[in-house]
Design a protein around this ligand. Structure first.
Ligand SMILES: Cc1cc2nc3c(=O)[nH]c(=O)nc-3n(C[C@H](O)[C@H](O)[C@H](O)COP(=O)(O)OP(=O)(O)OC[C@H]3O[C@@H](n4cnc5c(N)ncnc54)[C@H](O)[C@@H]3O)c2cc1C
Length: 458
């Protein structure tokens, strides 16, 4: 259990008691350092990053971010997400402990990037570490771990319902004249923009065996270097009008793009094994960052509610009952969301990612949708400025909104949860049969005619 004054430290105060109890001294130290980093190096520098981006033409990583990445690495704040399986490279945090760090990182949109803990890098690094051979790891994984380059994940397609990845149609064929060369043709949406010089590789999921009777064995995952001839970016996709530079979201064309067959990860037809291993922790990280970001929106609403210069009808905005109610409701929702995600992280720690499936889906369904609603309320309390660039609220809302779709739409997760829940009806029916049996026994004992009773024991 945390002792005073740690329990009241601003980095730790909102962490539920059952989690505080499980944090190692090392984790407490990391959480406090990440808090200090975000509060002093990142949040105050947000306008400077925007100014540097505007000056550099948007597609170069601002020098301030490069400087912070080098500094974070030196201070041992790099790659905090890495699980223990990474040996000496891992800080050794559990999912639960790292989640507490991720929430703090979420307070500034790009803070995670300064610590090499951002999406899609974290998922890509875990994927490469888990499924690449030694040679591939040296070539593709190590530069990412060292923060020398960055990567993108490319699965979604404009002409397919990509939440059902068995439909992915981008084709990989072997060159008939050179079986050691793969030829790729198709169109992809998303995956960071190749216009950014820091980006070097794409992890592509595409169809290599469309006639395989097993739809889960038709796809392969391959590495496509960004400078591959025949691979081009058509445009950057804006998200609710934001270009999300300098990372962006590209739309891509593969036109007879050729890569060596040695770029296949794990083996032909094994993309689904890989996809299974990739998503659990990444979804939890997104959710915790969203909670951190929403806490910040909530703080802005509190500032506005108590601003003595803003007094409609001579009263502070926070003096109106409707706003007092609103603030209470936002607080309750935020604390509930944190419990849900930390429970998912802990379930993964104790029982593994597969057993955590329900808790991960629960987080992915509840957090982005509720965060977007809370931020919307914060904008409402802020008034007209809340919808402008005077506040980060519109960007925060956009982030929450897009996570309802990114990494799988919430409807698909609800569908899965609902289907699993329907399977629980069998045992419930058996239990109800037992109620009936016992009810008839009791009717006999107490001389009640069960034929004339309405309903019986339900
Ligand atoms: C900001 C952002 C970043 C992204 N980054 C990446 C990236 O880096 N790499 C990448 O490959 N992709 C990325 N994506 C794409 C994202 O993963 C896909 O958009 C998502 O998986 C859904 O696929 P889709 O767009 O083809 O929608 P579809 O699969 O066509 O689904 C559309 C809608 O159909 C409904 N639906 C689908 N399935 C079900 C179901 N089972 N039950 C009920 N309704 C359902 C839902 O309403 C759903 O929203 C990103 C998306 C966003 C918004």
């Amino acid at each position: 259990m945390l002792s005073f004054p740690d329990a009241n430290h601003p980095a730790l105060a909102r962490i539920p008691t059952w989690v505080q109890e499980k944090l190692s001294p090392k984790a407490v130290d990391y959480i406090k350092r990440v808090h200090y980093w975000v509060e002093t190096e990142c949040i105050p520098a947000e306008p400077i990053v925007k100014a540097q981006l505007a000056k550099l033409g948007r597609w170069k990583t601002p020098p301030l971010i490069h400087e912070l990445r080098a500094k974070a690495k030196k201070e041992g704040l790099f790659n905090l997400f890495l699980p223990k399986s990474f040996g000496s490279l891992s800080p050794g945090l559990t999912n639960l402990e790292y989640s507490c760090c991720a929430e703090i990182m979420g307070r500034c949109y790009w803070a995670a990037q300064t610590m090499n803990c951002h999406a899609p890098e974290t998922g890509n690094i875990e994927l490469l570490a888990k499924y690449c051979n030694e040679e591939q790891k040296k070539k593709w994984l190590m530069p990412l771990l060292n923060g020398e380059t960055s990567s993108a994940y490319s699965m979604t397609e404009p002409d397919r319902a990509s939440s059902d990845a068995t439909q992915i149609a981008c084709r990989i064929t072997r060159d008939p004249n050179d079986p050691n060369t793969l030829v790729i043709n198709g169109r992809k949406l998303y995956g960071n923009a190749m216009w950014n010089d820091d980006l070097s590789v794409y992890i592509l999921m595409a169809c290599s065996d469309p006639d395989n009777p097993n739809p889960w064995k038709r796809h392969s995952t391959v590495i496509v270097p960004k400078n591959t001839p025949g691979f081009s970016m058509v445009r950057n996709l804006t998200i609710m009008g934001y270009d999300h530079a300098p990372e962006g979201h590209g739309e891509y064309l593969y036109q007879n793009a050729r890569i060596p067959a040695s770029n296949i990860i794990l083996g032909e037809g094994r993309a689904f094994e890989i996809a299974q291993g990739r998503l659990g922790p990444g979804r939890i990280h997104h959710c915790m960052r969203l909670i951190g970001q929403t806490e910040r929106a909530y703080e802005l609403a509190l500032l506005r509610a108590t601003d003595p210069q803003k007094k409609p009808r001579g009263r502070l905005i926070g003096d109106f009952d409707s706003n007092i109610e609103r603030i209470a409701s936002m607080r309750l929702q935020l604390d509930s969301l944190r419990l849900v995600v930390l429970n998912a992280a802990y379930t993964m720690d104790v029982h593994g990612n597969k057993a955590g499936r329900y808790a991960i889906a629960q987080s992915k369904i509840l957090v982005p949708a509720t965060a977007a609603k809370i931020i919307d309320e914060c904008m409402q309390m802020y008034g007209g400025q809340g919808l402008t660039q005077h506040t980060p609220l519109p960007e925060m809302w956009t982030y929450a909104r897009f996570v309802r779709i990114a990494d799988g739409p919430d409807a698909a997760h609800r569908h899965q949860v609902g289907r699993d829940q329907l399977k629980t009806a069998g045992p419930i029916r058996e239990r109800h049969g037992e109620y009936q049996k016992r009810y008839r026994e009791l009717c006999g004992k107490w001389e009640v005619d069960h034929e004339t009773m309405v309903g019986g024991a339900l």
